[in-house]
Ligand binder design. Structure first.
Ligand code: NAP
Length: 255
């Protein structure tokens, strides 16, 4: 495979357009899964959440991993390949093989699963293709301010995301599907602590890789789960009269 800059640009631009469409749609209506699923719709096909999360996240790990393996000769030395395998694939290893096996979510709608599989395949291909075949870095990139600050931001966001996922999971015993007020960690300040962590994480990746596809993916993440944090916050305010009044939706002390 060769680098086609116009292909990378076209796929990234489309992702940017999809991001803005998500922002418009998701602020009006929350994505219909988890606490925003319409459970009165009995005809809607659903499947166990562990299976759904595994299937939908797998392409985001598998597609770039296969692209790395198909590279001839297969090697990880180029900077782009190292960033891709260490950061992008590292996150999706967690989401596919760890998060999905421990989640205590309710049944997951099949329709959303299909869309998520499409998105993870598309984005996995775009990020993998660009970092393996197109991205070029100077030899001293690992000492560049953008790389160092981006990696620190990525690790900070990933730490918040994984910790918040854990706090949410601990709110339920196995088999329980009720909702409680999240406590501790960044949930002290925002209702969407897991989403805040994930958004910071992908902007960190975008800065560390300094790549247009990674920036459009970070924007997509913001437009997808930023509004979800807002709807979660409204849900909690409606559901719990004793919900902490000082807690914000997504950004501590601000929004
Ligand atoms: N990069 C992206 O574009 C993107 C997109 C979507 C998700 N994600 C990431 O994927 C992860 C999961 O996303 P999500 O939308 O499922 O997050 P979520 O709505 O916050 O739910 C996360 C888990 O916690 C449970 N939960 C949520 N609030 C709870 C409460 N008050 N009491 C008890 N349990 C509660 C949920 O159960 P229920 O499912 O039963 O509500 C689910 O198992 C997050 O870390 C998110 O950042 C990333």
């Amino acid at each position: 495979m060769q680098c086609s800059p116009s292909l990378a640009l076209a796929l990234s631009s489309l992702l940017g357009v999809l991001a803005l469409m998500q922002l418009y749609r998701n602020f009006r209506t929350p994505a219909r899964y988890g606490k925003h699923d319409d459970r009165s719709d009995k005809l809607r096909a659903r499947l166990p959440a562990r299976c759904a999360w595994f299937l939908q996240e797998l392409p985001a790990f598998l597609v770039p991993t296969l692209l790395l393996a198909m590279r001839s000769p297969p090697r990880l030395e180029p900077v782009g390949c190292r960033l891709l395998s260490g950061m992008f694939c590292g996150h999706y290893f967690y989401r596919t093989f760890i998060y999905s096996f421990f989640t205590r979510s309710r049944l997951f709608p099949l329709q959303i699963l299909f869309l998520a599989i499409l998105f993870c395949s598309y984005n996995g291909f775009l990020q993998g293709y660009y970092m393996i075949y197109c991205a070029q870095y100077p030899n001293d990139w690992f000492t560049d301010f953008r790389f160092i600050s981006g990696v620190l931001l990525f690790l900070f966001g990933m730490g918040i995301n994984i910790h918040s996922d854990l706090l949410l999971r601990q709110l339920r015993k196995p088999g329980d599907t009720t909702y409680k007020i999240p406590q501790g960690g960044l949930f002290t300040y925002v209702s969407g602590a897991n989403f805040f962590g994930e958004i910071v994480e992908w902007f960190g990746y975008a800065i560390a890789t300094w790549s247009f596809p990674a920036f459009t993916f970070a924007l997509f993440t913001l437009c997808c789960i930023g509004p979800r944090a807002y709807h979660h916050h409204r849900f909690y305010l409606r559901m719990f009269t004793d919900y902490p009044k000082s807690r914000k939706a997504l950004i501590p002390f601000i929004f």
